[in-house]
Ligand binder design. Structure first.
Ligand code: NAP
Length: 406
């Protein structure tokens, strides 16, 4: 299926839409024409030919000559309406909307099969890093052990500052002033954005769809000076690290949490707005990809790569998903953590499998040990409200045995 005469209808002309426009117009190789751009706010002035702009989605969706819809808006619900209607009308779609994808993966795969169209979304996970195609094409046959990394540039920028001795609030403010963090940064700093990306990568790495609400996301909002001091004393940096990992033979787990990394870790030097992904195959071992995880031009270039792939008839075949492997999602695994609390009664909420180290002063305390992941999911709200900081200390995951109270 080669898509000739590629005519594009573009939804959204914000950070990524403008990036795509620039990349398309300044690229000497692949060319395609944007026929119409639909945006939301008529009061905004734009440096574009007036006849290109419209505020009505019908101007793209009802045009038969537009064969490709590129969806780059910031509203996941409206994006799903646009993308699903476009596919039903036989149009190919490229999108960067990780939230929309993570919430609707099975419906979208079904639409792709039923309407014989292609849906591509490389830009939705880790910006310019070609991780989806790497998993989909290169690792389509090999069983993977683990995919982990830094999937969010905003938190990595903030943490790079914190690791350099800024307080969390000062680092966040600076990230906002420089445009690396939005004025409402919740999605990033509470770990929702990397969770949506992890859901997408889980599909391509393990062939399974996990509901975002079943996955733990602990962000960096409860980080205090004591935690960054502890990390610095031990020679660690703190990174927000999603983990997608096989546990035993036929189970896998997914979680998003901060992690202490030492100088031996590939991610130690992935700083500022950069992302890094480590893919560990059962036979091939570890591969490491690093690049810009966000931003107008890097993300625009990932969208361009999908449009160009479309023109050659490329589509994801979801090989691992269709093979329906006997692999089940679980949160019943032991993780090794550092847990810092401010009030000593807080610690009694947690049942530990093993305690390695305890520290208590008049102002705060911490415990290092292993705990069941399901407990962290259960206590997530408590952790946030009580400003408890939880940080993974190792890659070791094991199956559960006895728990103890301390
Ligand atoms: N920014 C990044 O670095 C990055 C990286 C990877 C993925 N993404 C994803 O890419 C998508 C776009 O992000 P962005 O940063 O470009 O967002 P943005 O800068 O906020 O721009 C959003 C654009 O969408 C338009 N829009 C909103 N609702 C619309 C609707 N119902 N119909 C038509 N247009 C609508 C807005 O129109 P107006 O201009 O009229 O307001 C605006 O042009 C999001 O899904 C995001 O998660 C972003």
């Amino acid at each position: 299926m080669v898509v000739s005469n590629l005519k594009i209808g573009l939804f959204g002309f914000g950070c990524v839409g403008r990036g795509l426009y620039h990349v398309l117009n300044n690229n000497t190789g692949f060319k395609a024409s944007i026929e119409s751009i639909v945006v939301k706010d008529p009061s905004k002035s734009r440096n574009l030919a007036q006849e290109l702009i419209s505020y009505d989605r019908r101007n793209i969706l009802d045009r038969d000559d537009i064969t490709v819809v590129v969806e780059l808006i910031d509203d996941a619900d409206e994006a799903f309406e646009i993308v699903s209607e476009a596919m039903r009308k036989g149009k190919h779609v490229v999108t960067a909307n990780k939230k929309m994808l993570a919430e609707h993966l099975s419906e979208l795969i079904e639409l792709q099969q039923s309407y014989n169209v292609s849906l591509l979304y490389e830009a939705a996970a880790c910006g310019s890093i070609p991780i989806i195609r790497t998993l989909e094409e290169y690792f389509d046959n090999e069983d993977l052990k683990r995919v982990s990394g830094i999937f969010n540039g905003t938190t990595n920028y903030v943490l790079s500052r914190v690791n350099g001795n800024y307080s969390y609030s000062n680092a966040l403010q600076q990230a906002q002033e420089l445009g690396f963090a939005e004025s409402d940064p919740t999605n990033d700093v509470e770990g929702f954005d990397p969770k949506f990306k992890a859901v997408i990568l889980t599909l391509h790495a393990f062939g399974k769809i996990v509901r975002p609400e079943d996955i733990l996301n602990l962000g960096i909002t409860t980080l205090q000076e004591e935690d960054s001091r502890y990390a610095a004393e031990k020679g660690y940096k703190i990174k927000l690290m999603p983990v997608i990992e096989r546990v035993g033979h036929n189970r896998f787990t997914v979680f998003i949490a901060p992690r202490f990394v030492d100088t031996g870790n590939q991610l130690y030097n992935v700083d500022h707005e950069y992302n890094g992904v480590i893919v560990e195959g059962l036979f091939s071992g570890e591969q490491f990809l690093q690049g810009r995880g966000a931003g107008s031009l890097p993300t625009g270039s990932a969208v361009l790569s999908d449009i160009s792939a479309l023109s050659c008839g490329y589509r994801y075949v979801f090989k691992k998903y269709l093979q329906c492997k006997d692999l089940e999602y679980t949160d019943d695994v032991l993780v090794e953590i550092y847990l810092r609390y401010n009030i000593d009664t807080d610690i009694s909420h947690f049942q530990w499998n093993k305690v390695e180290e305890k520290y208590q002063s008049s102002r705060y305390g911490y415990t290092i040990g292993s705990i069941n992941l399901s407990q962290l999911i259960h206590h997530r709200q408590y952790i946030l409200e009580h400003k408890i900081f939880v940080c993974m200390i190792s890659d070791n995951l094991s199956q559960n045995t006895n728990q103890i109270n301390i």
